[in-house]
Write a protein that binds this ligand. Structure first.
Ligand code: XMP
Length: 517
């Protein structure tokens, strides 16, 4: 396995993705982990990420010395290369200009990392690599034992290697797709240089995970809050595979789910997979608590609180349950670890992660903690979950509660559900569901005037929202074809009595957010 030390790069998770794509297990940790941790991790190779700092920021931003004494190959990327250079006796200087964007790097020498990897040759027949650069500082003097393995005009030492020790540094970013041969470079590093086998595969993972869950849980019982979302669904399927009826799922219908969602979840899990699922219809309770409440954060709080209450009541009916299973995935883990150091404003009090109180006195079972989202999906398919469920757009915990602006009413929820189902239906039929990252309808509790037949109407307005994004931190609105938008609008207005106007949201994030509340 590979250890990735994160120096605060925006794209450190991408490095991990690239390594896992090579079917090699890796973990991402902050660069300042202890030497003991690194020794115990026992990596076959180490990757040092980029980061926003300069090596002049001082020793506190250096890699632990042991990284270079373990006797395993090390790959430094951008800042990772710079700190490698300074720590091993080379020099780094601030460039007068920042280099940012596409660049061609000429391959030099005969490094193992770049051997037979090139995009094209220049007029003199030298191999060239198309790469993505983003740096101010650069290495200006090689540490002893190193040679140059790539250069261009603005960065004479764009890549360096000490073949004897297996140390490599690249000033560019092989983890982003703009670096065309990035994948090949990671393959070369983890397989040929570090000697990692391709053993991180889904079938292997299922076997291992099942064995681990059995060992962990023994004969005890497990309870899991099933939401119908990808993570909790896959966690449920995996745990069920491991321990069968020792698992009980609780599915809470808060009245804010999408059309037929509860039936679908029960169908898939209870009927299809034979998982024990308790279906709690708590719609009336949630609606009651939301009466008169208009503030988004207040609504979130209430929905979260009621969920905990309902779940707790159900779990008390299962006195033998000793474990609480959750669908926590790797990005959640990395994020909450990073959250301590990175300051962020609370725009919305998201994720109900950790929402369940400690008073449940249950041990935590989190079998997806090591997986990225696309691995979770792959696992879901391997476990026999329907494609539609596994590749579903994300749906917020508070559900339609934050898609009905202002006060939530039963009538609004019913109208919204039907409009939303039509929107999603048409998107799927047109092949646009997969092309968008998230799409939904928002209910606006305002009346607008319309005309239908010979009569005047005075009914509600809905907004369509469809965005493309890779991380949900920023997003662009999807340029849906006009004829598709027209079809959707027609159908909603014709089929959903009570809505006479449909608008399309053309705001990006930022400055808007994806949800309207
Ligand atoms: P925003 O609206 O902040 O949404 O751009 C980013 C992503 O987060 C989802 N979201 C939530 N998820 N509880 C959740 O579990 C929430 O309260 C919540 N609010 C927003 C949103 O659907 C989008 O995917």
């Amino acid at each position: 396995k590979i250890l990735i030390l994160d120096f605060g790069s925006q794209v450190a998770q991408l490095i991990a993705r690239r390594v896992r794509e090579q079917q090699v297990y890796c973990e991402l940790h902050s660069f300042d982990v202890s030497e003991d941790f690194i020794r115990q991790f026992n990596p076959r190779g180490i990757i040092l990420s980029g980061g926003p700092n300069s090596v002049y920021a001082g020793e506190e931003w250096q890699a632990p010395d042991i990284v270079f004494r373990l006797g395993v190959p090390v790959l430094g990327i951008c800042y990772g290369m710079q700190t490698m250079a300074t720590q091993l006796g080379g020099k780094v200087e601030s460039g007068a200009t920042r280099e940012f964007g596409y660049a061609a790097v000429r391959v030099r020498g005969h490094s193992k990392l770049f051997r037979d990897i090139q995009d094209r040759t220049n007029a003199e027949g030298h191999g060239l690599l198309e790469v993505w650069m983003s740096h101010g500082d650069k290495v200006t003097e090689l540490p002893p034992g190193f040679m140059v393995m790539g250069s261009n005009e603005s960065t004479p030492i764009a890549a360096m290697a000490d073949e004897v020790r297996g140390f490599y540094g690249v000033q560019f970013h092989p983890e982003v797709t703009h670096t065309l041969k990035g994948r090949e470079m990671f393959a070369r590093f983890v397989h040929d240089i570090c000697g990692c086998a391709r053993d991180w595969t889904m079938p292997n993972y299922v076997d291992e995970a099942v064995a681990k869950i059995r060992a962990q849980v023994g004969q005890e019982e497990v309870i899991l809050g099933l939401s119908g979302g990808v993570d909790s669904s896959v966690a449920a399927a995996l745990i069920h595979r491991a321990i069968g009826d020792q698992l009980t799922c609780v599915f809470v219908d808060n009245g804010l789910l999408r059309l037929n969602e509860a039936q679908q979840v029960m169908e898939t899990f209870s009927r299809h997979l034979g998982v024990k699922v308790i279906h709690v219809d708590a719609a009336a309770q949630f609606m009651g608590c939301l009466k008169g409440i208009t503030g988004p954060e207040q609504k979130r709080k209430i929905i979260g609180r009621e969920f905990v209450e309902v779940f707790q009541a159900e779990s008390q009916k299962l006195p033998n349950a000793k474990w609480l299973a959750q669908g926590t995935i790797y990005p959640d883990v990395v994020e909450s670890a990073g959250a301590k150091t990175k300051k962020a404003h609370t725009i919305k009090s998201h994720h109900n992660v950790g929402g369940l109180p400690e008073t449940l006195r249950l041990k935590l079972l989190e079998p997806l903690r090591e997986l990225f989202k696309d691995e979770v999906r792959e696992l879901g398919i391997a476990l026999g979950l329907p494609h539609e469920m596994v590749y579903r757009h994300p749906f917020p915990g508070p559900g339609l509660g934050v898609r009905i602006l202002g006060e939530v009413k039963q009538e609004f929820a019913d109208l919204l559900r039907r409009a939303d189902a039509i929107f999603i239906d048409e998107l799927r039929a047109a092949g646009w569901y997969e092309k968008t990252s998230q799409a939904f309808v928002v209910f606006l509790p305002v009346h607008s005037v319309g005309v239908m037949g010979d009569g005047r109407t005075y009914e509600y307005v809905v907004a369509l929202r469809a965005v493309e994004t890779s991380d949900f931190m920023t997003a662009t609105w999807a340029e849906l074809p006009h004829d598709l938008l027209g079809r959707i609008s027609n159908r909603i207005i014709n089929e959903v009595r009570g809505i006479n106007r449909v608008v399309y949201d053309i705001s990006g994030k930022p400055p808007a957010t994806i949800e309207w509340e």
